[in-house]
Design a protein. Structure first.
Length: 533
């Protein structure tokens, strides 16, 4: 009773704020709450002014699809981003500009500067991760996984197409829309510690706001061709260490590489299901959260590159020893290393290097035909770095790609994977193992002894195992003498095969994949999500 009396004024203030809320006030307050998170506002103002249209009578400035097209085309040719892909990106940008009340995109759609800033805050400055927090610090639902899933769903909703046939999907999408609105309302209203609005209060206000304005974009699915276009663009993304704003890495988008189309379709098949047709639901695509956990981060980094200062390319040339990241590396960056933690708020992503760039290691010979264990052990010997080892067949074709991820000890878990012709990830689920225990020579000698000695030709060509030290379950069997590398998965081991679309997996099957004339590529992972300083 005493608490009720003491908190009465605060509860009344919260109730009054919610009762007076309109769509416009919610959008305006969201921009104000997130505004301190943006750095380089002058750069964004210049970008907006350069391509905006000015109404002759009202003098109002705004962007249209043509403005956005001119902005992107000013940096990238059709060989990098097609006109259709720019249109897809405009749809996504428009969606975030009016979150949590995204409208159906129409031919004359406009974005004023306030909406422009909201969109850049959410997807360029990565403030989407702050939605649903109190004081930009802690999630009101106390369920980090819930908000992570909501962010993934928003990303897919932003590129979605109308689906007038699926009533059940419309209901699911309306639930997501209501939840998004509630998450915004709870973060922009009065931030009293002991007078937070209840969930029923928030839902009631959110429903009222949806009824009062134009219908929000809803009842949608993602077209396969649009998902392919987005994935294809992410595979062309190259990031640098230098940042602009608070946490945005400079970078570039490169032209298509040979094999990119095939690699894209392999991943899209995994996300949508081989026989899913031309559309896929948001529920199916949420399987990407566990399978490729860095997809949302790369999506946001793409936007940061699209809106980086115009002089960035001249100032961010790659170092001489940096190997250009190819499409295979682009896919690897979607799941290695998994950038995820249980924290919330601005501390979740401040001061972190999240480039996820692969650089050819300089510790060993670049001769990829040398698949010996001695070369591998020397190439991954620095415990302060994470490594990715990739096995391919002939460099001109690379029809089969398998590999392993060696994390920084105690940071995250070891994985082995296949990238093509199928996409599979096997994650170690038992007690953490050192790198020395993950690589087992066929001979009786220990790995440390093997690496320390130069070894004879015969010992250098001895076969070895990467994975479970007991050689059970899953692992990579490499035979330098025969020139083969085989990924093996046996049911009942210590690895879990990550589920693909719809939560399905092949955990009931034994399988193996062998590469003839194998080549071994050793990469150092730069930007593993560690906080700086």
């Amino acid at each position: 009773m005493i608490n009720d009396i003491a908190l009465g004024p605060q509860n009344r203030e919260v109730k009054q704020y919610l009762s007076r809320s309109t769509r416009d006030s919610v959008l305006g307050d969201l921009g104000k709450v997130l505004a301190p998170q943006i750095k380089g506002r002058g750069t964004l103002q210049s970008t907006f002014d350069k391509h905006c249209i000015k109404d002759s009578s009202s003098h109002r400035k705004y962007w249209t699809e043509e403005s956005f097209f001119n902005h992107v085309r000013g940096s990238y040719s059709t060989n990098v981003i097609s006109g259709a892909t720019i249109a897809l990106l405009w749809k996504s940008f428009y969606f975030y500009a009016y979150h949590p009340f995204p409208l159906d995109l129409h031919r004359d759609a406009q974005i004023d500067f306030d909406a422009f800033i909201r969109a850049t805050l959410l997807i360029v400055s990565q403030c989407d991760e702050l939605l649903g927090t109190r004081e930009l610090d802690w999630y009101w639902r106390q369920d980090t996984a819930f908000f992570r899933k909501a962010s993934f769903v928003r990303m897919f909703r932003s590129i979605a197409a109308p689906d007038h046939k699926s009533r059940s999907q419309q209901q699911v999408d309306m639930t997501s829309s209501l939840s998004d609105a509630m998450d915004v309302l709870v973060m922009i209203g009065p931030q009293f510690m002991h007078a937070m609005p209840s969930e029923p209060q928030l839902e009631s206000v959110a429903r009222k706001l949806f009824v009062e304005g134009p219908p929000v974009a809803g009842g949608q699915v993602v077209r396969r061709e649009d998902l392919s276009a987005l994935i294809r663009l992410l595979l062309r993304l190259r990031l640098k260490e230098r940042i602009w704003g608070t946490r945005c890495h400079f970078g570039n988008l490169v032209e298509a590489e040979s094999g990119e189309e095939y690699l894209t379709e392999v991943l899209v098949d995994t996300l949508t299901g081989d026989n899913s047709g031309q559309i896929v639901t948001f529920q199916q695509l949420t399987g990407a959260i566990d399978l490729i956990p860095n997809l949302l981060l790369r999506f946001q980094q793409l936007w940061a590159v699209l809106f980086q200062p115009s002089d960035a390319i001249d100032k961010t040339k790659p170092q001489v020893n940096e190997m250009e990241l190819n499409s295979i590396g682009g896919i690897v960056s979607l799941f290695v290393p998994p950038i995820d933690d249980d924290s919330a708020g601005i501390l979740r992503f401040n001061q972190r290097d999240t480039r996820l760039t692969l650089e050819a290691t300089t510790q060993v010979s670049p001769d990829s035909l040398d698949t010996s264990m001695s070369r591998l052990s020397r190439g991954i010997s620095d415990d302060s770095s994470a490594y990715v080892v990739i096995f391919t067949d002939d460099a001109s074709t690379s029809n089969t790609v398998i590999g392993a991820f060696f994390p920084i000890p105690s940071k995250t878990t070891h994985m082995i994977f296949q990238i093509q012709p199928r996409f599979r990830i096997l994650r170690w689920e038992k007690t953490e193992l050192s790198r020395l225990n993950l690589i087992k020579p066929d001979a009786k000698a220990s790995l440390s002894e093997f690496a320390a000695s130069e070894g004879s030709l015969s010992s250098n060509n001895a076969p070895y195992w990467i994975g479970n030290p007991l050689e059970q379950g899953a692992g990579l069997w490499v035979d330098p003498n025969k020139g083969t590398a085989t990924l093996i998965n046996t049911v009942g081991g210590c690895y879990t095969e990550m589920p693909s679309v719809g939560g399905t997996s092949n955990t009931g099957e034994n399988w193996d994949v062998t590469i003839q004339q194998a080549r071994m590529h050793i990469f150092t992972v730069r930007g593993s999500g560690d906080r700086k300083g």
